[in-house]
Design a protein around this ligand. Structure first.
Ligand code: NCD
Length: 324
């Protein structure tokens, strides 16, 4: 469990947030509880608390992102940190500077935290192993590996709406093979005590041996969604597909698209989630994405509170009582 060790300090507190795998139920619950304390900050006229005043956070995004980058940015600003958004496309990385040299220079600017998104699995852990001891690294998504803050904001949304994890059936539907969100989510839901986590999709998009993660595999959508309390749709990640794994987007929608008719097979009060960006008419019908059971935009709002919780925890300034 190399990853679990490098994330925690000697006292077992979160130092980096690189992946869900190997973390304890207590720690995940603490993140959710802290996020609950931060959530009201977003509803105030002055959306700020002073917990990270004087700290400098660098958003290092090597891959495109809208929600994740902007909500990390907002979360850091609401904690009163100074934030640098490094645009890799126009940075010296394009002039041949190595990642290690870019990091050394950011360290020389006395930064305190790196939020990293990278196309390579393991990139955030690599950076965490390279940086000066006072710096914390938060993974904003690495390759197909993990996207831990997305999993936590999804669990936060589920807990708010469904109260208890112990009674739930959660179906994760679609391109599981290319999805770091799915991997982090499966770990988080299992650790938090969800008894039935299902993955649903065509054989080409479900990794072999995924049952070892404690999930049930379904290839027929109608069976996989039956009586589910939570339906998490994944984007069809066309940019990560190395070969033609599917006949066409149109055919995919016919077999695996979430329509109002299909959603009726889930539990009556089921919620529909999606990490975004959504592909309307590919994995999800607009009527469902914009429908009453969709909580997709609540996920976005909740992402800010969850990222505030994680950032304050890795900096050792977590919210206690009235601090938030
Ligand atoms: C996800 C990602 O980039 O991993 N999106 C996100 O962070 N909200 C999922 C995706 O791109 O499909």
């Amino acid at each position: 469990m190399r990853q679990a060790n490098i994330q925690l300090d000697a006292e077992g507190r979160l130092k980096h947030f690189l992946g869900i795998e190997g973390l304890s139920r207590d720690l995940l619950t603490q993140i959710l509880d802290n996020a609950e304390r931060f959530a009201p900050v977003g509803d105030r006229a002055v959306k700020k608390v002073p917990l990270l005043r004087g700290k400098t956070v660098v958003n290092l995004f090597f891959e495109p992102s809208t929600r994740t980058r902007t909500t990390f940015d907002l979360a850091a600003k609401r904690l009163s940190a100074d934030v640098l958004n490094l645009n890799i496309e126009s940075s010296s990385a394009k002039k041949g500077e190595s990642l290690a040299d870019t990091l050394r220079n950011l360290e020389a600017m006395q930064c305190d935290m790196f939020v990293v998104r990278h196309q390579t699995s393991g990139a955030a852990a690599y950076i965490a192993s390279q940086v000066a001891p006072h710096i914390s690294v938060v993974n904003g998504g690495d390759g197909r590996h993990e996207h831990p803050t997305q999993a936590m904001l999804d669990c936060f949304t589920i807990r708010r709406l469904k109260k208890r994890f112990e009674d739930l059936t959660v179906a994760i539907v679609g391109d599981v093979a290319h999805s770091r969100v799915a991997r982090s989510e499966i770990h988080a839901l299992k650790i938090l005590g969800v008894p039935e986590v299902r993955v649903v999709g065509p054989r080409t998009l479900i990794p072999p041996q995924i049952e070892a993660m404690g999930v049930k595999v379904f290839h027929r959508f109608d069976e996989g969604i039956a009586d589910a309390d939570v339906v998490i749709m994944l984007r069809l990640q066309q940019e990560r597909m190395q070969s033609a794994l599917l006949p066409s987007a149109h055919e995919y929608f016919r077999v695996y698209g979430l329509t109002e008719k299909r959603l009726k097979l889930a539990a009556k009060d089921a919620i529909v989630m999606h990490p975004g960006p959504i592909n309307r008419g590919v994995e999800i019908d607009s009527a469902v994405a914009d429908g009453l059971q969709s909580v997709i935009l609540q996920q976005v709002t909740n992402g800010i509170a969850v990222r505030m919780a994680v950032m304050s925890m890795v900096m050792g300034t977590q919210a206690v009582g009235s601090a938030a």
